[in-house]
Ligand binder design. Structure first.
Ligand SMILES: C[S@@+](CC[C@H](N)C(=O)[O-])C[C@H]1O[C@@H](n2cnc3c(N)ncnc32)[C@H](O)[C@@H]1O
Length: 412
């Protein structure tokens, strides 16, 4: 990786400081040690050749590797998300950290936070990513970080137990090694996919299971190797409208769903309103709709190519209720400059029932869960019998674990 002369002068420090100021102003960085780490580590040294300083220090992802299909397989994660994950891990000087998914930059931030007495190990499955991470870490002044080329599903027992295991790749499950290699009070920070929605969970052990102290919507490249578990994609209009299914037991008649789009749809509006910048309301309502014990999917569309046909609230992650041959998704309608109202729009023989159900669920969310602390998310070894829940509880069974999403105090 070569560095152009203008990048080697003092300009990067200035752009870097702007990023740190922005992360502090927006509340992503609160801890002085994390601010110091972001100030110290030269992010541009981990970006691909030709990346401008602006791109290297934008509060955004930098893609570093793509697969044959053009999709990103590796990236430097967005700074706001890296700051959030490091802060939520509450690392002290001298701490031991395992990072799953490398790139080098985040490992360097971790090395700054844990200091000379600490330990940082980072594992990546891609030999090229490992080579780049090693080069970047040495050039940036962090040769002590151990970069391992392996399937991260198995962790790295040799340097454990860890005060924090920080997973920087989207996973649908929690492999046993990540839990076993945690110190007794250790924290597992993990982007866990539940019914197609990924939340960065801050998990701590409580007896035989893990409890999430915090959850934040996020996106990462998908896990490869043994833990690879892609979602099922049902093209409704080629790639312009795709239904994403993350539950192997959900059955749909793909031809019937496609044919449903040829007939008129059904629309119903709720009385539930929202401000467009209320990100936590959207995060909450998505998870609430995903938590219903009924067939569920996510609609993702190219807006320009589906005008007049589909108008989902979120073009990437739109909650969708399903039957075999029908679907209804969450939509929004502008009321005035600040207010929008939720509604449902559906297609297929059962669309009338589905849109009515979706609107009812929106009303319950508004009355009982909006603005609350959100659901309790717990992760249990697969096969564990969970005690009867007093709230609404969805179980997401995977190979190693079952995740329970419980909305406490929910009244039907
Ligand atoms: C978002 S990138 C990591 C970003 C990085 N932590 C940084 O410094 O910003 C995700 C990485 O996970 C890696 N990965 C995917 N599956 C993996 C697996 N099973 N074990 C280890 N690494 C994996 C990919 O090769 C990719 O480099």
């Amino acid at each position: 990786m070569s560095v152009s002369p203008d990048v080697q002068d003092h300009v990067p420090e200035r752009v870097r400081q702007q990023l740190v100021d922005q992360l502090i102003a927006r509340g992503w960085i609160k801890q002085p040690a994390v601010a110091a780490a972001f100030t110290a580590v030269p992010r541009h040294l981990f970006a691909p050749d030709g990346t401008s300083l602006e791109a290297a220090y934008a509060n955004d992802t930098v893609v570093t590797r793509r697969g044959p299909d053009g999709k990103a397989t590796s990236s430097i994660s967005a700074p706001w998300l890296q700051a959030y994950m490091i802060e939520t891990a509450r690392l002290k000087p001298g701490a031991r950290v395992l990072e799953i998914g490398s790139g080098g930059y985040n490992a360097a931030l971790l090395a700054e936070v844990v200091g000379a007495a600490g330990t940082v190990v980072t594992v990546d499955i891609d030999a090229q990513v490992v080579a780049n991470a090693r080069t970047g870490l040495v050039r940036a002044g962090y040769p002590q970080v151990k970069v391992i080329c392996a399937d991260g599903e198995h962790g790295y027992a040799d340097a454990g137990p860890y005060d924090a295991v920080i997973v920087t790749v989207e996973t649908s499950d929690v492999p046993p090694a990540w839990i076993q290699q945690l110190a007794p009070d250790g924290v597992l920070v993990i982007p866990l996919r539940m019914r197609g929605h990924t939340r960065c969970l801050t998990l701590q052990t409580d007896g035989d299971h893990l409890v999430a102290a915090a959850a934040l919507q996020c996106g990462f490249v998908s896990m490869q190797g043994h833990g690879r578990d892609p979602v099922r994609r049902v093209p409704l209009r080629g790639d312009d409208a795709v239904l994403v299914l993350d539950d192997p037991t959900t059955h749909v008649d793909e031809d019937a769903l496609r044919a449903a789009l040829d007939k008129p749809g059904v629309q119903q509006w709720s009385t539930v309103t929202v401000a467009l910048d209320d990100g936590s309301a959207f995060e909450s309502v998505h998870l609430w709709l995903a938590s219903q014990p009924r067939p569920y999917g996510i609609l993702t569309v190219d807006r320009e190519k589906t005008v007049g046909l589909l108008d989902p609230q979120d073009r990437f992650f739109c909650p969708t209720l399903l039957t075999d041959d029908s679907f209804a998704y969450l939509t929004l309608q502008k009321q005035d400059a600040e207010t929008w109202r939720f509604g449902a729009h559906g297609y297929g023989p059962a669309a009338g029932t589905l849109v009515a159900d979706l609107v009812d669920l929106l009303t319950v969310w508004d009355e009982q869960h909006r603005g609350g602390s959100g659901p309790l998310i717990t992760v249990h070894p697969a096969g564990t019998r969970l005690p009867e829940s007093s709230g609404l509880q969805l179980l997401v069974p995977r190979r190693y674990t079952t995740t329970a999403i419980t909305w406490p105090g929910h009244k039907l």
